[in-house]
Write a protein of this length. Sequence first.
Length: 298
Amino acid sequence: MSAANESKQREELESQVWSAIAAFEQIVQTIPNDRVSLEALSHAYEQVGDLARSRDFLVRLVGVVVTEKDRDAAELLRERLERHAATSAEARDAQTRLEAFLAQGHPEARAVDVSAEAAAVGARGEPDDSERSTSHVAAELSFAWTLFQAGELTQEEYATVAQDLSEVSASKSAVTVSVLHVLQDRGNRNVERIVAYATRDAGTPMIPLSLFDVQPAVLRLLPPDFVVRHGVMPFEVMGTDVLVVLLNPYNKALRKRVETIIGRNCHFFLTLPTEFDAVMERVGEQDGKKPSHSGATP
């Protein structure tokens, strides 16, 4: 590729990032506390090299998370905020507020009987769904940013993923908010390579989920909508422990939440989105209902 063509391509990609920034800026002008947009803007400005604007939106996001008392999201932001605190008084103030909030104590996990809990979970559903959903979207945006920094996604792919995640997260129906599903539905040919990278980088083993005979009773250890929307699935019980697949190996808050809901020690694995969908469809047919496919549409 000639230097002129490379320059033109860089300009086009940067233009797409700025278009995404403009779209998210419009959202926060109307909804100042929209956490998905604040998260996306913080990452996007870092991507174009404007670290001051990136920090400003991160600080705003921290303020919203603390006000809404969302521990999962606070834990996700902790490390990023630490990087700015050394050089910014504003970031240090935000860090102080964040740490004070997290120091208030953790809710204790419940000890449960798994066989009885499988039925109870479905009826109870997930508490604080709106806050937890926003936290999950933030984790997926962070996953996409990690892949971009590692060179597994191009600038164009990252911008598209961020936009699709925002659109999918706004859906009222149960759809999977997942970087891997977005890439799959966009026809990305590198999904398997990306999963292999995430497996190595996050230290989370990958398994061919479709080879397991997942029983509906095991799947129901988590609320059905929670399974679909968060891309996480219990697939086997080994003694007193539960084996669980997820589609984002970096989301530590999701792992903690899964163990709290199930009430048992869980071991986590990564799988391909096609494998996840195949098992969901098969189990849905066994239950007499076919779940809708999740993800963004090109």
